[in-house]
Design a protein around this ligand. Structure first.
Ligand code: PEP
Length: 251
C-alpha cells in the first residue's frame, strides 16, 4: 500500500441498532480507538440515521468518524422519508456511503442516481464512499471487470479527486454470506478499478480503495494485505466492537 493512502476501516451498521445498545457499541469502539491511539488509519462508523446525532456526540474526541449510509441528491424539499447530505452533515457526519448494493437492489438506485448522491455529498462537505461490485451471475459469466468499469464510469462524478472520493469494491455475492474472493481476485479487481480511475481522476493513485464483503477479524489481515487494498467496508462484523477493532488493528 502506498504510504500516502491512509487506511480507512468503515463500519456499515445497516438497519441495526436501538439507542441503548448502539451507544454502548459506539462507546466500546471509541474507547478501543482512543486506547490504540492510531494516527496512521481512520475508523468510521455509519449507524442508522436516527442514531447519528447521539453517536457523533458519544464518540467525540476519540478519533472515530461518523457517516451516513445514503443520502438524497437534493438538499431539501418534498422527498418524504429521505435524508439529505446536508442533514447528515448537520447531525455530525463527515462521510456518506453511496451506491451500496442493497440500495441498488432494494431501491433501484442506478449509477446515475449514485453519481448524483456523490455530488450531493460534496455539496454538503461530506466524503462519499462509492460502492461498486458484481453479482454472482456476473462473476460466473466472466463479466466482473466490465461491470466494475461500467459502474465506476457511471457512478463517479466529474471533478473527483483522491481527497473527495473513496471507492469500495464489494462483490454482491460476498456481502453477508461468509464467502470472500481470494486475495488474488481482490487484488485483480482493485488493480482494474485503479486503472479505470486513471481515466476519471487526476490523482487516481492516491484514491483509497476499500474491500467489503464478509470481512471479519480472522480474515482481515489477509484481505487488507492484498495489493491496492486501502481498508475495508465492514457490515456484520462492525456490530461487534471486538471484531471491528480487530479489523482496524489488522489494517
Ligand atoms: C456491507 O454490507 O457493506 C458488507 C460488507 O457486509 P458484510 O461485512 O456483512 O458482508
Amino acid at each position: 500500500m502506498a504510504r500516502s493512502r491512509r487506511p480507512l476501516i468503515a463500519g456499515n451498521w445497516k438497519m441495526n441498532g436501538l439507542t441503548a445498545d448502539a451507544l454502548a457499541l459506539a462507546g466500546s469502539v471509541a474507547e478501543g480507538v482512543k486506547q490504540a491511539g492510531w494516527a496512521d488509519r481512520e475508523v468510521l462508523i455509519c449507524p442508522p440515521a436516527t442514531l447519528l446525532i447521539g453517536i457523533a456526540r458519544a464518540v467525540k474526541g476519540s478519533g472515530v468518524l461518523v457517516g451516513g449510509q445514503s443520502c438524497h441528491a437534493a438538499a431539501s424539499g418534498a422527498h418524504t422519508g429521505d435524508i439529505s447530505a446536508e442533514m447528515l452533515r448537520d447531525a455530525g457526519a463527515s462521510h456518506v456511503i453511496v451506491g451500496h448494493s442493497e440500495r441498488r437492489t432494494d431501491c433501484g438506485e442506478t449509477d446515475a442516481v449514485v453519481r448524483a448522491k456523490a455530488e450531493a455529498a460534496w455539496r454538503a462537505g461530506l466524503l462519499p464512499v462509492v460502492c461498486i461490485g458484481e453479482t454472482l451471475a456476473e462473476r460466473e459469466a466472466g463479466r466482473t471487470l466490465t461491470v466494475l468499469e461500467t459502474q465506476l464510469k457511471g457512478s463517479v462524478p466529474a471533478g473527483a479527486t483522491a481527497a473527495r472520493l473513496v471507492v469500495a469494491y464489494e462483490p454482491v455475492w460476498a456481502i453477508g454470506t461468509g464467502k470472500t474472493p481470494t486475495t488474488a481476485e481482490v487484488a485483480a479487481a482493485h488493480a482494474h478499478i485503479r486503472r479505470v480511475l486513471g481515466g476519471l481522476v487526476p490523482d487516481a493513485n492516491a484514491v483509497r480503495l476499500l474491500y467489503g464483503g464478509s470481512v471479519k477479524g480472522s480474515n482481515a489481515g489477509e484481505l487488507l494485505a492484498a495489493d491496492d487494498v486501502d481498508g475495508a467496508l465492514v457490515g456484520g462484523a462492525s456490530l461487534k466492537a471486538d471484531e471491528f477493532l480487530a479489523i482496524a488493528k489488522a489494517a
